[in-house]
Design a protein around this ligand. Structure first.
Ligand SMILES: *[C@@H]1O[C@H](CO)[C@@H](O)[C@H](O)[C@H]1NC(C)=O
Ligand SMILES: *[C@@H]1O[C@H](CO)[C@@H](O)[C@H](O)[C@H]1NC(C)=O
Ligand SMILES: *[C@@H]1O[C@H](CO)[C@@H](O)[C@H](O)[C@H]1NC(C)=O
Ligand SMILES: *[C@@H]1O[C@H](CO)[C@@H](O)[C@H](O)[C@H]1NC(C)=O
Ligand SMILES: *[C@@H]1O[C@H](CO)[C@@H](O)[C@H](O)[C@H]1NC(C)=O
Ligand SMILES: *[C@@H]1O[C@H](CO)[C@@H](O)[C@H](O)[C@H]1NC(C)=O
Length: 627
């Protein structure tokens, strides 16, 4: 169940955008941008910027439906795709042809527009195997909770986005955006790079104005088309808004391309309440990257030293004696400060404490720093996908996305272990009593790290693949109560770690490999009962003697000859018996004649006794007479 976009068409379009961008504004090519309108049967263009959204026609999982947008932020799309639990617990969009780079990945959620539909689903979202978001109850009533967004490095030309059911309704996705940003965007010295994902927690634009996207501010697309939620006050009488029409220096610069307008409004603290304090709800026990935006836009502050304040985060000084004019180099000049903090509780409190004058702030960004999960070894994923097909895994088990990550949502039936190679591997398969009705493919041996396999109680047929013998770590193999047939491969004798082998309740036949029998007798538990005809180890019948081909041919010939002999003898005996019977019949029907014959027969006998030479003639006439 994967979504694949035909890249040829896409490249063409990209080229078009590229050309138009060249003629219009900023230097360099535009960023890669892929937008998908989930559940749409046609590509969609949305106002006001005529943004193109691709249909997701090639996607086979889930159900397309009409959408209710929960927030004015949500793109004006009419459809969504939702994923009933019966189709499995996880569903993924795997988007190919994404050039290696740094991306802002954003997904909007919607509600299925159907009466009596169990709405407001709660589910988890992962990007490249790392869980970035859990929808919280009440999300559909809060404008800025309608989406999840994260900054992530995509290195393998694909983007895998998965939605994980939590048992509270069917995940419903309105749109997906994969927007390239500068490779150095949001660079911070700590915990930054391919191993980290920045999940957007909040983005606030302080002062006057409405909530806006970068594009509404005519911001550069390399900024990732961010959404800024307007905040007009931090609390009653604690601050007052400021704004300016003056242009701002140092805005819209690489790597983050913040829109200039962001710095044209601000909140300034008052005499009543000198500290500016903003409290943001966060997930507990996380590391957060905090970005604070300043520009001196207050006409009353004209020089260095007139406005100085400390920035405290959860009570600790993060930036000491911030003097915007001094640090940015002038009035109407953007200043961005960033820091990373570990947070234990559920709140993040940012306090601007003035030392001189009042405190001022223009914008705040908060990201949760999530350590990117390492994925499962690709060859093991491929093997599991082959197994999924061959065994006819039921839909409800899912098996989409990565088997082991996000760790909150591993595939059911696959046990994972973190290997010394720094990747996840599969060390157990527990698919007992799952209604499997396929066969066990050779590819199972690609799961080199398996220690236990339980396929008991299914309808798996065909032979037990000999390749199982190469999984040297295998300790438990339970294939009982299936329809495995053929013989047990000699290679199973190579499994020196095997402690338990249950092959009972199948249709196996032939000799149990001697190596297996010998070792099992010592320390492993085994069960070969209830099969079609296994032999060769104690507890089972002895197999016939081992014979060469010549011997077998000999035996076969012998048997054939004996058969022929028996047939001939039976025919003779039968004929003779028939004659006797007929003779008796004649005797009862026509007595004199029969008597005469009896006499004759006696005569013949007498002749035989008396004269050996004549006996032959008599014997020859006998049959003629009697027939
Ligand atoms: C992605 O590419 C990197 C190297 O560029 C490689 O180490 C990694 O295993 C790849 N991941 C997958 C899932 O293919
Ligand atoms: C973020 O702050 C660090 C110092 O803590 C600095 O090295 C880095 O350049 C800053 N990033 C940006 C984009 O300003
Ligand atoms: C936060 O970062 C520190 C290292 O700076 C790390 O040891 C810790 O595990 C991180 N915590 C979380 C929840 O990621
Ligand atoms: C395999 O699964 C069956 C059925 O659930 C169970 O009875 C059996 O004990 C399992 N085998 C092993 C070796 O754990
Ligand atoms: C095993 O069963 C399959 C049908 O499920 C049959 O095609 C095959 O010939 C059988 N093999 C043996 C060795 O009996
Ligand atoms: C082996 O399997 C049979 C059923 O096929 C069961 O009755 C028997 O108890 C099992 N033996 C052992 C030793 O587990």
């Amino acid at each position: 169940m994967h979504f694949v976009v035909t890249m040829l068409r896409f490249r063409l379009l990209w080229l078009l955008v590229f050309c138009s961008a060249l003629s219009s504004s900023s230097a360099g090519p535009p960023p890669f941008a892929m937008r998908i309108s989930c559940g749409a049967r046609q590509n969609v263009h949305t106002p006001p910027t005529n943004t193109l959204w691709y249909k997701d026609f090639a996607y086979t999982g889930g159900v397309p439906a009409k959408a209710t947008r929960t927030s004015f932020i949500s793109p004006p799309l009419q459809t969504l795709r939702y994923f009933p639990l019966s189709g499995g617990p996880e569903h993924c969009y795997s988007i190919n042809g994404v050039p290696k780079g740094h991306y802002s990945v954003r997904m909007f959620f919607g509600l299925v527009k159907l009466p009596n539909f169990d709405n407001e689903p709660l589910f988890d979202v992962s990007v490249e195997g790392t869980q970035i978001f859990s929808l919280q109850s009440g999300w559909s009533t809060q404008d800025d909770q309608a989406f999840a967004e994260a900054l992530v490095f995509l290195m393998n030309n694909t983007a895998s986005l998965c939605f994980h059911s939590t048992g509270h309704g069917d995940p419903a996705i309105l749109s997906i955006e994969i927007l390239q940003v500068d490779d150095k965007a949001y660079y911070s010295s700590q915990m930054w790079g391919q191993g980290a994902i920045f999940r957007t927690a909040t983005r606030l634009s302080c002062g006057t104005g409405k909530s806006k996207f970068d594009v509404d501010y005519s911001g550069d697309h390399w900024g990732g088309d961010r959404f800024w939620k307007a905040i007009s006050t931090f609390g009653p009488s604690s601050d007052r808004p400021r704004s300016t029409e003056n242009s701002i220096e140092q805005a819209s610069k690489s790597p983050n391309f913040y829109p200039e307008a962001l710095y044209q409004s601000a909140l300034v603290s008052t005499d009543d309440q000198p500290d500016l304090t903003n409290i943001i709800d966060v997930e507990p026990n996380g590391n957060y990257s905090i970005w604070l935006h300043f520009a001196e836009i207050d006409s009353s502050v004209t020089d260095v030293g007139q406005r100085v304040f400390d920035v405290l985060i959860n009570g600790d000084v993060a930036f000491e004696a911030v003097d915007i004019i001094k640090m940015s180099g002038g009035r109407y000049t953007a200043l961005v400060l960033n820091t990373t903090v570990a947070i234990n509780g559920r709140t993040l409190t940012i306090t601007l404490h003035p030392i001189k004058g009042h405190a001022i702030i223009n914008a705040i960004e908060v990201f949760e720093v999530v350590i990117a999960e390492s994925k499962t070894l690709p060859e093991e994923v491929r093997a599991l996908q082959t197994l999924k097909k061959a065994l006819g895994l039921p839909l409800r088990l899912g098996w989409n996305g990565d088997p082991c990550v996000p760790q909150q949502h591993p595939w059911s039936g696959a046990d994972c272990q973190f290997s010394s190679s720094g990747k996840w591997v599969i060390d157990g398969l527990g698919l007992d009593n799952q209604g499997l009705r396929g066969f066990l493919p050779d590819e199972i041996s690609s799961l080199h790290h398996l220690r236990s396999i339980n396929l008991s109680g299914n309808n798996v047929h065909g032979i037990i693949p000999s390749s199982l013998g190469t999984i040297s770590s295998l300790e438990i193999l339970d294939l009982s109560y299936n329809f495995f047939n053929g013989s047990i491969s000699e290679t199973l004798g190579q499994l020196t770690s095997l402690r338990m082998l249950n092959l009972n309740g199948n249709s196996l036949s032939g000799r149990v490999p001697a190596a297996l029998g010998g070792r099992l007798l010592h320390r492993a538990s085994f069960n070969f009962t209830d099969n079609a005809g296994l032999c060769g180890i104690p507890g089972l019948p002895t197999c016939g003697p081992h014979l060469s081909v010549g011997a077998k041919v000999g035996i076969a010939l012998g048997a054939l000859l004996s058969l022929l002999l028996i047939v001939i003898c039976s025919v003779c005996w039968w004929k003779r018996r028939q004659n006797i019977l007929r003779a008796r019949q004649l005797a009862t029907r026509d007595a004199p004649y029969a008597k005469a014959r009896t006499h004759l027969a006696r005569d013949i006998q007498m002749t035989r006794h008396n004269n050996h030479g004549h006996s032959r003639t008599a014997a020859e006439t006998g049959p003629i007479l009697l027939s």
